[in-house]
Design a protein around this ligand. Structure first.
Ligand code: SAH
Length: 238
């Protein structure tokens, strides 16, 4: 109770600009601790007992509340999926961590993201990669995310509005591809636009979905592995 009053007060002062905006450093640390503590018990399924320190640092430094509607700032660091409007959601922080980890992003990598949504996963990738290319099909979400990313100084992100089904040929191939909406099958263009040696993480399925890791071997052959059951919003076609 006391906490919700404090939060309401913080939001009210934020809205009037009466005090400097709260930066939620403590909340963010607690969120990261919770994510870290979930790794070991789920390692049997995910294959990940410990997260890469680079991924944990990106989560610790990325202001998730900035990517949410103002009224949700108080719950931004709960390990929960939240609504971002237009029937879409921002993924649970643990899933963002897991997908980022599975991608093995290096600081020399160029990454393609399909489903910008709030731009939060984009920001995490921006901290891990050299360049991030992101596509969002809902124009209002694309605009909001682009504005937040620009305001916060994520300079290595290139964004566009459109259907990610065909990938982004102009900038292909990519070292890593992440898809944050679930199609029934892996769009063939995304496989084509993945570099040999590259990795893709994508939820696949209808009501029952699996988070798939697809790796492309140096000879171009792909290997698909189901990691965990997940529930993402459906992939939309233009
Ligand atoms: N990574 C996002 C998750 C957003 S939910 C975040 O952190 O907030 C998935 C997003 O994928 C939605 O915004 C949805 O509009 C978008 N989407 C669905 N189908 C798409 C498609 N074919 N091309 C591009 N974006 C798509």
């Amino acid at each position: 109770m006391r906490r919700s009053i404090l939060t309401a007060f913080a939001l009210a002062t934020l809205a009037t600009g009466a005090v400097a905006a709260e930066d939620f450093v403590t909340e963010r640390r607690l969120m990261v601790q919770e994510i870290e503590s979930m790794a070991a018990p789920l390692a049997g399924e995910t294959g990940i007992a410990k997260f890469d320190p680079r991924v944990l640092r990106a989560l610790t430094e990325t202001p998730r509340h900035e990517f949410l509607p103002k009224e949700l700032a108080g719950v931004a660091y709960k390990n929960r999926t939240l609504s971002i409007g237009h029937g879409q959601t921002i993924s649970q922080p643990f899933i963002v961590a897991l997908m980022s980890e599975l991608l093995h992003v290096k600081d020399t990598d160029r990454v393609l993201e399909i489903g910008t949504g709030s731009g939060y996963q984009t920001a995490i990738l921006s901290a891990l990669a050299r360049e991030v290319y992101t596509i969002e099909i809902i124009p209002e979400l694309a605009t909001t995310a682009r504005n937040v990313l620009a305001r916060l100084g994520y300079a290595n992100v290139t964004a566009k509005t459109g259907d990610g089904y065909k990938g982004w040929r102009e900038y292909a191939p990519f070292d890593a591809i992440i898809v944050t909406a679930a199609p029934d099958y892996v769009p063939p263009a995304l496989i084509e636009q993945l570099k040999p040696g590259g990795r893709m993480v994508i939820p696949v399925g209808g009501l029952l979905q699996d988070l798939m890791l697809i790796t492309k071997k140096p000879d171009g052959m792909t290997i698909s592995t189901a990691i965990v059951p997940v529930r993402f919003v459906p992939f939309i076609r233009e």
